[in-house]
Design a protein around this ligand. Structure first.
Ligand SMILES: [Fe+2]
Length: 289
């Protein structure tokens, strides 16, 4: 297939009014011209979540496809990586922790955005399923700029300038968290990363609610447990079905999320005796503002 044919056959259709678009007729293992790439990039930012259908990637091809959208960054958990492709991490319900127990990933089952404890968190999270249960196990994505806009004005005013302190795992969550992550946090010498609770999109100037509750040690001015309760309450008010899209995967889907406008969570609504395995690639972002 020539570049020109790809450009002519690619179609982008909205999935829901407030979130999601589906792309067909493009093969990201083939050369992609600038105009096509720009259309994909704009569709991702406009629609927050983008589903590029009918891909067929090895881990290395997947990393190359994600890299079309920017420089990749390492997953901070270096335990589960694709063979020979360190920029692709593997999310699987069959991972074991260093104690040989099923690795706890419950943090992924609650609304969050990735790697908030880093100075330059990923702007795009890219997911590609390799093994799927018969049903369930989708990824839910919420348009958090729409969620922010819909907040009551007094709550908007209250949270707009709030700052969060971010670590690998918050002290309030340590008792129930993955022991490897707790150990890494205890050994970490890095100070908490201060982030805005409401961030401004660098390309659109829109504001979005943006946090990872399990990584939030505290909202500045609050105690740790008070912070957890406050963030839970904020999620209950902010996340609405009309702003949310649950992507139920089909093999071949590359799901991309613009993290600067989104929070997401993994679905645990599947038969856990079945294998769910997803490749993840992270595109490096800018300093949240
Ligand atoms: Fe995530």
């Amino acid at each position: 297939m020539s570049v020109l044919v790809q450009e002519q056959t690619m179609q982008i259709n909205k999935i829901k009014e407030n979130i999601g678009a589906e792309v067909t007729g493009v093969d990201l293992t083939r050369p992609v011209d600038e105009a096509t790439l720009q259309r994909l990039h704009d569709a991702l930012i406009d629609n927050v979540a983008l589903v590029i259908r009918d891909q067929n990637f090895t881990a290395a091809q997947y990393a190359a496809a994600a890299k079309l959208f920017g420089d990749l960054m390492e997953d901070q958990n270096r335990m589960y990586l694709a063979d020979g492709v360190p920029m692709v991490s593997v999310l699987s319900n069959r991972h074991k922790d260093t104690n040989g127990k099923p690795a706890k990933v419950a943090n992924n089952a609650t609304w969050h955005t990735d790697h908030t404890n880093q100075e330059f968190p990923p702007k795009f999270t890219c997911l590609y399923p390799v093994a799927l249960p018969d049903s369930g196990g989708g990824t839910a994505v919420c348009n958090m700029r729409a969620a922010y806009e819909a907040l009551p004005q007094d709550l908007k005013d209250r949270i707009t300038d709030m700052k969060t302190e971010n670590t690998l795992i918050s002290s309030a969550r340590m008792k129930t968290a993955n022991p490897d992550i707790v150990r890494a946090q205890k050994e970490a010498k890095t100070p908490p990363m201060i982030q805005p609770l409401v961030r401004t999109h660098p390309e659109r100037s829109t504001k979005a609610i943006w946090f990872h509750k399990s990584k939030t040690e505290r909202v500045i001015g609050m105690e740790p447990q008070e912070t957890q309760d406050f963030l839970e309450e904020l999620l209950e008010i902010a996340i609405k079905p009309e702003f949310t899209y649950v992507h139920e995967y089909t093999l071949g889907d590359m799901l991309m999320v613009d993290n600067r406008s989104a929070m997401h969570k993994a679905g645990f609504d599947y038969d856990h005796s079945q294998h769910r395995m997803v490749y993840r690639a992270l595109v490096r972002g800018e300093r949240p503002a």
